[in-house]
Design a protein around this ligand. Sequence first.
Ligand code: 5AD
Ligand code: FES
Length: 360
Amino acid sequence: MTAQETYKRTLAFELADKLAAGKELSDDELACVLLCDQPGFGDYLAEKARAVREQYYGKDVYMRGLIEFTNICKNNCYYCGIRSGNAKAERYRLSEEQILSCCDAGYELGFRTFVLQGGEDPHYTDDAIVSVVRAIKERHPDCAVTLSIGELEKESYQKFFDAGADRYLLRHETADKEHYEMLHPAEMSFDHRMQCLRDLKEIGYQVGCGMMVGSPYQTTEHLVKDLRFLQEFRPEMVGIGPFIPHHDTPFADREAGTVDMTIRLLSMIRLLLPDVLLPATTALGTIDPMGREKGILAGANVVMPNLSPSDVRGKYLLYDNKICTGDEAAECIRCMAMRISSVGYEAAVARGDHVSFRMQ
Ligand code: 5AD
Ligand code: FES
């Protein structure tokens, strides 16, 4: 190694130490950590991230039961397979009864959080969502309910919260307005999305945001901006995953995000927000068969196995080659628990609230 190479290497590892010590990094330094290709650097960062996660959450990995209850969506995001413009998507909706029976089955399997995720489907009125949230909380008062149903007005969010919803996931997708506009049609508004996130927080939800990694037009500067946004907004949860093209979307021919960049970001997010709930996502498991294990080893502490009924699973296709579309919930959970223990962690049966929301 030349003296200059040694210097470069030392500098990068020092930045990782600085990040792990909770010290403020400049934008350039964050970019440096994102881009550093020194051998062993990613592992070094992951090790630091693991140490921090274990301080807050030990070896627990929280399991969330994901119920994809509608793939009908009024939006037309350029990246998403269930966009309204995709006439080829086979659409479905689950009834309240079907959703409740997924929860009952999930409860038996040990889940204590249910995530109701769907497209922005106007068929489900505020009252319909309130009714299903109430029913879940009545049947399973020891469970948390997470909603992930997109952008709505504050009054609606408030109604769901009053009905008992605990958490809300709404990825910001990108913290850069211009970039946002390259990923979404003109009817969608970056400012409204950000307003939704602020509303959710004000109401008192545990809030999750997040971005796709390697989405079209994304630059390192955008990712730095995402990290700054996370630092400032301080969400309780952050969901990130690689962008993966879907063949019936305008981004069909774009390149997918990488597993390495995604896990690098997972580690950085863990270090920037030490107590955050951070899932190893299905998209990460889709681009790499060991993606979720790698995610856990990089600081992730949540997984979200699919609880949707088998006959609709293959229809909730945001991107190509999605994993777990052919498995029964029970198989999926068993497989997940095995994957978690294979890397030295434990699948936890608990609500898994953010540390700042834990009931005494
Ligand atoms: N690749 C990866 N993630 C996607 N999402 C939507 N489409 C894709 C895709 N093609 C993500 C978005 C959305 C979440 C539910 O799924 O970030 O918020
Ligand atoms: Fe679903 Fe492995 S997690 S089959």
